[in-house]
Design a protein around this ligand. Sequence first.
Ligand SMILES: Cc1cc2nc3c(=O)[nH]c(=O)nc-3n(C[C@H](O)[C@H](O)[C@H](O)COP(=O)(O)O)c2cc1C
Length: 205
Amino acid sequence: MRKTLIVSYLARGERSNTKKILDAFSACIKGSSVETLDLCKNPPDFFMPDNLSVYYERNYGGQKIEPKREALMKKMDEMAAQFKSADIIVTAAPMNNFSFPAPLKAYFDSIMQKGVTWTIGAAGYEGMMKGKKALAITSSGGVYEGETAAYDHYSGLIKAQLSMMGFDAIEVISAAGLNIFPDRAADIVETACSKVKTIAEGWYA
Ligand SMILES: Cc1cc2nc3c(=O)[nH]c(=O)nc-3n(C[C@H](O)[C@H](O)[C@H](O)COP(=O)(O)O)c2cc1C
């Protein structure tokens, strides 16, 4: 059976609009086991001097690391193994300051490990998540198009990360403008819900 991993950072809990869209997707999952990782409850580690040196020595240098030092990578390694074990990845987090909330960025820093989710082959970077699908669900207070399109560092960044890892199908669905158009917010969320349902119907057919 396929496995779906849902990674969320929804700090507003039940009030979250991003959560409403995620719930619409989740309701359509079938024929798949589901694992969830709530980054509010289980925040990822950051790379700091001690664990970063282990990462370089091990993942780039191919060195064997003594267990006490390698344990510094334990949380990152567990998150990377869980990510790698899934066939369908769904992330859900709103836009914060034109990009992902920091915990989701730290999550990608944790799981984008050389030799685990991507590598360097004869032709350059090579993804190791081929044959898998990924959906990023988000929402934002503003709308980024035309002159302000370049302010959106969320959708381009997450697409770059997922495509570097080799995902076959990458979708980003955003409910944009929820704060600047409060009287249209419910419709904007509903449109995003319809889009993720259509994706789920295709992926879980
Ligand atoms: C710390 C913080 C930073 C934010 N930064 C942006 C931003 O850069 N651009 C934007 O359009 N909205 C921004 N917002 C608004 C949220 O993205 C928006 O309200 C979103 O829909 C909240 O999602 P939620 O209901 O799932 O929590 C920010 C909100 C917070 C709390």
